[in-house]
Design a protein around this ligand. Sequence first.
Ligand code: FE2
Length: 434
Amino acid sequence: MKLKKQILFLFISLIALVSLGRLSLVSYDSFIILDRQPYLQMQTYDSITVKWQSPQEELGCVRYGKTDLSQKACEIKPRRRHKVVLQGLEEGTQYIYRVEANSLHIDNTHRYFSTLAKDINKTQYIWLIGDSGKKSVYQLQVLKSMQEYMLDKTLDFWLLLGDNAYTSGTQKQYNDSFFEPFQDFLKTHVPWALNGNHDARRWAFYDIFEFPTLGEDGGVASGTEKFYSIEQGDLHIVMIDSEESDLSKDSALVQWLEKDLKSNTKKWTIAAFHHPPYTDAGHDSDNSMDSHSRFSLTSRLFLIRENILPVLEKYDVDLVYSGHSHSYERSKLLHKHYGDSTTFDESLHLVQDNDYAYCKNIKKTPYAGTIYTVTGSSVKVHKGDLQHPAMPFSQNKRGSVLLEVNKNSITSRFINIDGEVDDIFTLHKKIKCR
Ligand SMILES: [Fe+2]
């Protein structure tokens, strides 16, 4: 009996030691300041932010200009976490830039960025990756397959659908799984990241990323980095934190969403958040225990479906993208499906029973239909059942989504890591749909 007690004590002590060690390591990795090459943040119509981290405290400077590096902005205090805001820029304009630091070797080759444009008359491209935060060869493979498809066309937005650094979103995990594989791409593209449940386990996410709070990128000012809009040309993108925000009906998020969408006059509206309303892959949108909210005992997937979707659909949001399940799942044009999968009724919820082409009236109409997509298989892949009746186009394959936004149509492609287009659909807007 005594021996049994001793073994149990030893076992519990070992578990406690391992847990404590892991907690210490993860906490250390969360606060550590690691070297980090410069990357772009807070792209607006007249400014952009350049951030990087150096091994020693020093003053950082950024040289920039449209054709030469004749302009210069510097920090006023030496630091290791650098942030230089370039202001007074011209709208919709490309600039070259060079970052100056002493203690960090910076790769300054091919560094350029563009400011946002309020009015543009060209096709816009948006790249979406989801749950891409496991260090692997796949980050570069999804990037390469998108770039090979794009050829010389310019990407306008890069959206990350959350869980961008596994398993705890520490500074070190962000360096290993995000900054390292995307190092070159980050020289010229602004990552607009959503906060996933893995990112939210530590405190690095809002230190690494910066988001508009005052309506700097269009839409209604939210007063928080947790939800905001970005507008360019005919496009209105709503970015929603579904992990740490209250998702209840009378929450600040829902109140802002109502205001933002009500005042939105753009032709195309896209919403993105980490937790999907409909999924049957690694996560199950029928399971009330799946992905609990800290604000209630309800699943975040349920809260999104019950409290966010009615607002999105009321204001005629066209496309919704999520991650969380490591799969690709896609609906047809839907509305008013706010229950679990057993309540899905094609006669009630399907607006158009087409597979690849949909049409909506050019005039915004409440509940005119929304297409929902889960894109959480950019790096990890679940062996999910993929049986959700609202999501007939589903597969467990690695890849990413490329959106092509034209004047009268928007096309979404799922490009797998071999460069093949596995799913494609187009939503048209017309004065009259047949
Ligand atoms: Fe997740």
